[in-house]
Design a protein around this ligand. Structure first.
Ligand SMILES: [Zn+2]
Length: 377
C-alpha cells in the first residue's frame, strides 16, 4: 500500500523518563493479555506519541520477546521498524488535497515525505495547506488490515493527528474498528481527542502522554543532537519540552532569526506604529506565512512578554533594552497579564486552521493596548 511500511526511529525512549513509565504500562498490558486492538495515545504536540506507537510496534513484532515484553531493539524485526522498513508496520498522517490525484495519494510525493521523516525522525511534518486523513488512505488501511502478516506477528497501523479525519474517512475507520482482528493493532495519536467521533473514542484503550521536561530535552539536544549547551537550554525552554520544536529552533540561525523578529515586533509596538506592524505581517519571509515559524515566533514572543511582566512585578530591570523599555511603558498591567496568557496559549489556536496574519494582527493590537498612548505615536 502507499502508506508503505514507514515509521519513526524511536527517539531513544529510554532517554525520556516519562516514556519509560508509559512503555512499562504497555508491556504489563501485553503480558496480562490486556492490550486492546485499538489504542489512543493522546497528549500535547511533542509528547512523543508517534515514537511510543512505533516502540509498541517493535515490541509487538520483536523476534526475541515472544510478543510479551519490551522490544529488544537489536533483532532483525526491531531494526526494520527502526529503519522505517518493516512490512507489517504502517504509518499514516494527514495530507493536503494536493497530494491526491484521482482520489489516490501520489506515490512520488509520499516517498519524498517518508524520506524527509527518515532523515529527521524527531521533526513533525508540517504543511502550509490544510492536511487531513482522506477516505482513500483509510480504505487502504482497511484493505491491508484484511491481509495476513508478511513476516511479523501483528500488523500495526499508526495514525498521527487522528483528529484530522475527514467525515467519510472517520466513518470508514469506525467500520474497521467495529471488526477487530487478532493480528491487527491500530494506534491513534492525537493532541485533541475531542476532535474524534465519540463512537471511535469509546472503542479505544487510552494512554495519556506528557511532554518531557525542558531539562530532559536539553540533555537530548546536547547528547544525541550535538547542540551546544547554552543553545540547547534556550531552545528546550522556549519549546517548553517539545523536542520537534526545539530541534527546529536549534537549526543554524533559526533561533537568532526568530529573536530578531521578536525584537522587531517589540520595536514596532513601542512606536505604536500600525505601519510597522503591517510591514511585519506582510513580510513574506517573516513568521506569519508558515505554521512552524509562527509557533516558534509565538514561543519567543510569549517568553518576552513573561519577561516584561516579571520586570513590572518585581521592578527589577531585565537588562535587555527592549524588554525594559516595554515594561517602562506598560499602562495597563491587567491587560498585560491577559496578553501573557494569550501568547502562552497560542499553541491551542494554532490547532485550528487559523489565518496566521489575522491572528498576528489581533495579537499585536492587544499588545499595543497594553502600552496605551504613551510616548510614541
Ligand atoms: Zn527485537
Amino acid at each position: 500500500m502507499s502508506t508503505a511500511a514507514v515509521d519513526i526511529r524511536p527517539l531513544g525512549l529510554t532517554e525520556l523518563v516519562d516514556k519509560e513509565v508509559q512503555s512499562s504500562m504497555l508491556v504489563s498490558a501485553m503480558v496480562r493479555g490486556r492490550l486492546g486492538g485499538t489504542l489512543l495515545f493522546h497528549g500535547p504536540d511533542g509528547s512523543g506519541k508517534s515514537s511510543l506507537a512505533l516502540w509498541l510496534a517493535s515490541a509487538l513484532n520483536c523476534a526475541k520477546n515472544g510478543g510479551q515484553g519490551a522490544a529488544c531493539g537489536q533483532c532483525d524485526s526491531c531494526r526494520k521498524v527502526a529503519a522505517l522498513g518493516h512490512p507489517d508496520v504502517f504509518w499514516s498522517f494527514p495530507l493536503p488535497g494536493s497530494y491526491y490525484s484521482a482520489g489516490v495519494p501520489d506515490e512520488g510525493k509520499l516517498a519524498q515525505l517518508y524520506e524527509r521523516k527518515r532523515a529527521r525522525p524527531a521533526r513533525a511534518i508540517e504543511f502550509a495547506e490544510k492536511a487531513e486523513h482522506h477516505l482513500a488512505s483509510v480504505k487502504m488501511i482497511r484493505a491491508e488490515a484484511g491481509r495476513s502478516c508478511y513476516e511479523g506477528r501483528r500488523k500495526v497501523f499508526v495514525l498521527t493527528h487522528a483528529d484530522r479525519l475527514r467525515q467519510e474517512a472517520a466513518n470508514a475507520l469506525l467500520k474497521l474498528l467495529e471488526e477487530p482482528r487478532e493480528n491487527v493493532a491500530i494506534v491513534l495519536c492525537t493532541s485533541r481527542p475531542s476532535g474524534l467521533l465519540p463512537t471511535i473514542l469509546s472503542r479505544c484503550q487510552r494512554l495519556r502522554l506528557t511532554r518531557p521536561s525542558p531539562a530532559t530535552v536539553a540533555q537530548l539536544l546536547t547528547g544525541r543532537y550535538a547542540m551546544g549547551e547554552s543553545a540547547a537550554r534556550r531552545a528546550a525552554a522556549v519549546a517548553e519540552g517539545n523536542l520537534s520544536v526545539a530541534l527546529g529552533l536549534g537549526e543554524d540561525g533559526v533561533l537568532e532569526a526568530q529573536r530578531e523578529w521578536v525584537d522587531k515586533t517589540l520595536a514596532a509596538l513601542l512606536e505604536r506604529s500600525d505601519n510597522l506592524i503591517l510591514a511585519l505581517l506582510d513580510d513574506r519571509k517573516g513568521p506569519f506565512y508558515n505554521r512552524g515559524d509562527f509557533e516558534r515566533y509565538a514561543g519567543l514572543l510569549a517568553a518576552a512578554m513573561r519577561d516584561v511582566l516579571l520586570v513590572c512585578v518585581t521592578g527589577r530591570p531585565a537588562g535587555e533594552g527592549r524588554i525594559d523599555a516595554f515594561a517602562g511603558q506598560v499602562a495597563d498591567s491587567r491587560k498585560l497579564i491577559k496578553l501573557v496568557e494569550r501568547t502562552v496559549n497560542l499553541g491551542d489556536s494554532l490547532n485550528r486552521n487559523v489565518n496566521l496574519r489575522l491572528l498576528g494582527w489581533s495579537l499585536l493590537n492587544e499588545a499595543k493596548e497594553v502600552l496605551g498612548e504613551g510616548a510614541g505615536k
